[in-house]
Write a protein that binds this ligand. Structure first.
Ligand SMILES: C=C(O[C@@H]1C=C(C(=O)O)C=C[C@H]1O)C(=O)O
Length: 277
């Protein structure tokens, strides 16, 4: 049985992409590439056994999932790739329309929490596929992007627009890092195939460790193919972390607690971490 394993095809996972596609870490697993919202849905529908998931989506479905230990997409402050671009200052967005990228789940909830708690604003939100080449082109006041699109927008700022990095906003508000995504296995898979889960985990954790040790090579794989310089990629690879220890779990719990307080989550999710042995 080849486990079906999701993979986020954003630069935030490039060290793992490098290990999977160039160094043999994919052997024995069937990789399914996608943006976070698509992988979240595939996990919900049982089409994948293991996948990175938006932290928010994991929280919504936690009863049927197990979190893999010490694996997440994390930044302590500025993240560069969760960006709100706005025609007005962030504290002047009450009642205004904000378009949210359809690729995400965590950033939607994160923005709503920040608007409520830090800026006392309740904008109107609409989820849409967004094009980073034509920002703010309808009647909306602000757009929220994630991933490579957000990284592009962050490096190609236009005059007379306001830019907000939500990792920075979260850090100012809570003093904590932000856990954007975690890796999860379906409970059914974890219980029925513990050996296979162990093998997949060692590919993922080992793949990140290997990719982090070869960041230059991981960057070389995409230089010239994406609209970022080598230096921009190397800087970004230093910002994104993949370790989830006590501090990151506390930060995740703070995110879930606030999401529950503002009624974006029905309960504060109970997190079960898979025993990898
Ligand atoms: C830092 C990022 O983390 C991500 C944001 C996610 C979300 O908002 O749901 C999900 C997975 C990650 O790709 C990013 O995409 O820029």
């Amino acid at each position: 049985m080849q486990p079906r394993v999701g993979h986020i095809n954003f630069l935030n996972c490039q060290p793992l992409t490098y290990s999977l596609l160039k160094c043999g870490y994919h052997r024995g697993i069937s990789l399914v590439m996608g943006v976070p919202s698509v992988l979240n849905k595939a996990m919900e529908q049982g089409q994948l056994h293991v996948s990175p998931m938006s932290s928010f989506a994991f929280g919504q479905m936690s009863s049927s999932l197990m979190m893999l230990p010490n694996l997440g997409i994390v930044a302590d402050g500025i993240v560069q790739s969760i960006i709100l671009v706005s025609k007005r200052p962030i504290d002047a967005l009450d009642g205004k329309k904000i378009l949210l990228t359809a690729q995400s789940a965590t950033s939607h909830c994160l923005l709503k929490i920040i608007m409520r708690k830090a800026y006392k604003c309740i904008p109107q939100y609409e989820v849409r596929p967004l094009d980073p080449q034509c920002i703010l082109n309808e009647d909306e006041t602000a757009d929220l992007f994630i991933g490579d699109d957000a990284l592009y927008i962050n490096h190609n700022r236009q005059e007379r627009m306001y830019y907000y990095d939500l990792g920075n906003e979260w850090k100012k508000m809570t003093g904590l890092p932000m856990v954007y995504a975690v890796w999860a296995a379906t409970r059914a898979f974890a219980e029925a195939f513990p050996e296979a889960l162990r093998e997949v985990y060692s590919r993922l954790r080992g793949g990140f460790d290997h990719g982090n040790a070869f960041k230059k090579e991981a960057a070389d794989m995409v230089v010239g193919k994406k609209k970022f310089s080598r230096q921009q990629l190397m800087d970004y690879f230093d910002v994104i972390k993949y370790d989830v220890h006590e501090k990151q779990l506390t930060a995740l719990n703070t995110f879930y607690t606030l999401a529950h307080e503002y009624e974006f989550l029905e309960t504060i999710p109970a997190v079960t971490i898979a025993d990898i042995g």
